[in-house]
Design a protein around this ligand. Structure first.
Ligand code: COA
Length: 332
């Protein structure tokens, strides 16, 4: 049995935080942020909006595109490091919101690689014959774990969600391969110290700094480029392809310099690289499915196209998915 993507969706907060807004909050400038990261603005969840808010909306849009009903779903996976609660999983909350009563639901903690990990799991479940229809979501509200007084990190991140419906298909091989990797030796280069069992919220340890993203930016940068190249090459090699045969490369939208360095190593021309990080910043697990949905709805993808998704995140985690696109452009 093969697996193929039959619908995509995304959802973003309405509130926009620009680089000019950040200039009023920390000692930074639009020029610095743009030249070092490529980011111009990001979306920020309002009070009363949670990770599940955007995850559910993205899911509804993907379900609608696929033309299925929520009861048909066998599996819901949410990639997130900013779940609504430590437990239950955000996936269970989404299951309830959608009325997807026949699905098994769980979260995957793989930071920015969460969507690719989820896609890989869904693909494996489908190919093994265990399930027929899966909903894979990447969703984050990183603005709640960012230190808004730390210019090293607060300029980078944003909120949002993206989703894909993955279905069993006898004849259509839509997901050609997935490769996922972990390198736990670097876990402490990008992590959130608080809220787990090492630093639980007790009277003595409630220090807000524990709950913010902690990152060694320069080190993360170097690892990201190497790892994304490795994951991309694993996908190409497994399918006997070269990068020149790709129709579109959709990398994790962390930083334009990471994206450009990876594309250069793969010898990919700029017109084959999908970029939307200037609008949303780094939305972690949501970044690739938001980009995939935008590429899909904006008519970048044609049936038969070879599309390479490539992720990297805290853990470290990284991975790729090579797709043969099986949907017609929405406006055709
Ligand atoms: N505005 C202005 N200056 C800033 C700044 C900001 N927002 N943030 C840092 N600086 C300063 C630093 O304090 C430093 O000043 P100094 O030379 O006086 O000490 C200088 O800019 C250079 O800092 P540096 O950290 O070397 O910059 P950089 O070119 O490495 O860019 C990042 C920093 C964070 C943009 C970059 O390292 C990066 O993108 N790393 C990867 C982060 C990432 O993608 N994480 C998620 C992975 S999934």
């Amino acid at each position: 049995m093969n697996a193929t993507i039959t619908g995509t969706g995304s959802a973003l907060p309405a509130k926009i935080l620009t680089n000019a807004d950040l200039e009023l909050m920390v000692d930074t400038s639009d020029e610095w942020i743009t030249s070092r990261t490529g980011i111009k603005e990001r979306r920020i969840a309002a009070a009363g909006e949670y990770t599940s808010t955007f995850a559910a909306e993205a899911a509804r849009r993907a379900i609608s595109m696929a033309g299925i009903s929520p009861e048909e779903l066998d599996l819901i996976i949410v990639g997130t490091v900013t779940p609504d609660f430590p437990f239950p999983s955000t996936a269970c909350i989404i299951q309830n919101e959608l009325g997807a009563c026949n699905a098994v639901a769980f979260d995957v903690s793989a930071a920015c690689s969460g969507f690719i990990y989820g896609l890989s799991i869904a693909d494996s479940f489908i190919r093994s014959g265990r399930i027929k229809k899966a909903l894979v979501i990447g969703a984050e509200v990183l603005s709640r774990v960012v230190d808004w007084s730390d210019r090293n990190t607060c300029i980078l991140f944003g909120d949002g969600a993206g989703a894909a419906i993955v279905e069993a298909a006898e004849d259509l091989k839509g997901i050609l391969s997935t490769h996922i990797f972990s390198n736990g030796s670097c876990w402490n280069l990008l992590y959130q110290p608080g809220s787990g069992s090492r630093n639980p919220a007790t009277d003595r340890s409630v220090d807000p700094a524990l709950f913010f993203i902690n990152m060694e930016g320069n080190e993360v940068f170097k690892h990201a480029v190497r790892a994304m190249e490795e994951a991309a090459l694993a996908a190409l090699e497994a399918n006997g392809m070269t990068a020149s045969e790709l129709s579109l490369f959709i990398p994790h939208q962390a930083n334009i310099r990471i994206v450009n360095a990876t594309a250069k190593r793969l010898a990919l021309p700029a017109e084959k690289v999908f970029i939307n990080l200037h609008n949303y910043g780094n939305t972690s697990a949501a970044s690739i499915p938001i980009a995939l949905d935008e590429a899909n709805r904006q008519g970048w993808l044609k049936r038969g196209d070879s599309i390479l998704l490539d992720a990297f995140g805290g853990g470290f985690t990284y991975g790729s998915a090579l797709l043969r696109w099986q949907l017609d452009p929405l406006n055709s």
